[in-house]
Write a protein that binds this ligand. Structure first.
Ligand SMILES: NC(=O)c1ccc[n+]([C@@H]2O[C@H](COP(=O)([O-])OP(=O)(O)OC[C@H]3O[C@@H](n4cnc5c(N)ncnc54)[C@H](OP(=O)(O)O)[C@@H]3O)[C@@H](O)[C@H]2O)c1
Length: 342
């Protein structure tokens, strides 16, 4: 079979090599299924795995990247539930261990535990590529929705609203009756409004510090402060300035730990008490461990019309996965980038 291999660390063009003569994975055992991949969805985490984790570690020699998959069950182990019969089209994201080990979804076949998959939503018949929405981005959005428990009428600010995670959060929070303000560049305003955002803030129009002043006047603490800030970009001052626009009981939830600063932001924001200069607002960092329960929750959102649109930025043929990753590296993707097998 064909699969991409990370043969050295670095940017996608240096790191990736398309291997064309690999053996098929062995027949799945126990609760595992062999999936013939039709689409893989790309995530920023793939780039981290490419650039940081050594590709030469003995247990992940020349790993295959890719977390999100959509495909057809080609073979099922003896302990796989009956509903996941051969021929069923499924989607989801690979588990943390498998991703770390490097048996990724940028391959013609991948073996996945049955517990990680969801059936592709009925409404996506004929456009299965959109089921990449049940991968990392959708599952992270589901985690945020569960953790925040946003209620009808509450005010939510989403930073990075036009990305893979943000485009899903806008729609789900809106369906829950929240008042959604989206932060993105002006070029993506029409997109996030179409998805349901009540207000849009174009971050590119502000000079340093201007965004936080704008938020202070738009959501004054005395009248209508925000209840939640969901950060999909990593913006430290958005948190440290938040006592001016995030209610006393409000929560700042980030899905970006601050990779370039290591765990420093976590210590600075989460653990520093107020009397030592900490910010008097709750700060949480969420990390996803992909699982089938979250994948099936996103599939249900799609089937029920809560998630009306999985925004696809672009689709690339398998042979152009390097170009697809280069597009992802620009951090300008609107929704998901998909790599399609032939
Ligand atoms: N904790 C976890 O388990 C977890 C899970 C998933 C993702 N993540 C992380 O969460 C982040 C978002 O993931 P994603 O898949 O949504 O990424 P993505 O799709 O690559 O995000 C791209 C979007 O980010 C927007 N953006 C870039 N810079 C911005 C800025 N300064 N202000 C506002 N928007 C900005 C861009 O919009 P414009 O072009 O309009 O600027 C673009 O639409 C990534 O860092 C990812 O690693 C973490």
């Amino acid at each position: 079979m064909r699969a991409y291999k990370i043969t050295q660390n670095g940017a996608p063009r240096q790191a990736l090599h398309l291997a064309t003569d690999l053996p098929l994975p062995s027949t799945p055992t126990g609760p595992n299924i062999l999936i013939k991949v039709t689409c893989a969805g790309l995530n920023p985490a793939d780039l981290h795995f490419m650039s940081i984790l050594p590709a030469w570690l003995p247990f992940r020699k020349h790993p295959t990247p890719g977390l999100d998959f959509v495909g057809t069950i080609a073979c099922a182990g003896p302990d796989v539930p009956e509903e996941l019969a051969v021929g069923t089209t499924v989607c989801g994201a690979l588990g943390v261990g498998q991703a770390f080990w490097g048996a990724g979804s940028l391959a013609e076949y991948v073996v996945v535990p049955a517990g990680l998959v969801a059936a592709v939503p009925e409404v996506l018949r004929g456009r299965e590529g959109e089921a990449v929405g049940c991968g990392v981005a959708g599952q992270t959005a589901a985690l945020v929705v569960k953790e925040s428990n946003v209620q009808k009428g509450q005010r939510v600010l989403i930073n990075g609203a036009s990305g893979g995670v943000g485009t899903i959060l806008v729609q789900v929070f809106k369906a829950k009756g929240a008042h959604v303000t989206a932060i993105c560049s002006g070029a993506n305003e029409a997109l996030v409004r179409r998805l349901g955002a009540d207000e849009v803030i174009d971050y590119t129009t502000f000079t340093a510090g201007g965004l936080y002043t704008h938020l202070t006047t738009t959501f004054p603490l005395s009248s209508n402060p925000l209840d939640f800030i969901i950060d999909c970009v990593y913006d430290s001052p958005l948190y440290t300035s938040s006592p001016s626009y995030l209610s006393l009981t409000g929560r700042f939830i980030t899905i970006v730990g601050g990779r370039t600063q290591g765990i420093y932001p976590f210590i600075l924001h989460k653990l520093r008490p107020v009397f030592l200069g900490g910010t008097p607002r709750r700060y949480d960092v969420l990390g996803l461990a992909p699982n089938g329960t979250l994948a099936r929750e996103v599939a249900a959102w799609i089937n029920d019309g809560v998630l009306k649109e999985v925004v696809i930025d672009s689709e690339f043929p398998f042979e152009e996965a390097v170009e697809a990753y280069e597009k992802l590296s620009t951090k300008r993707a609107k929704g998901k980038i998909v790599v399609r097998m032939r």
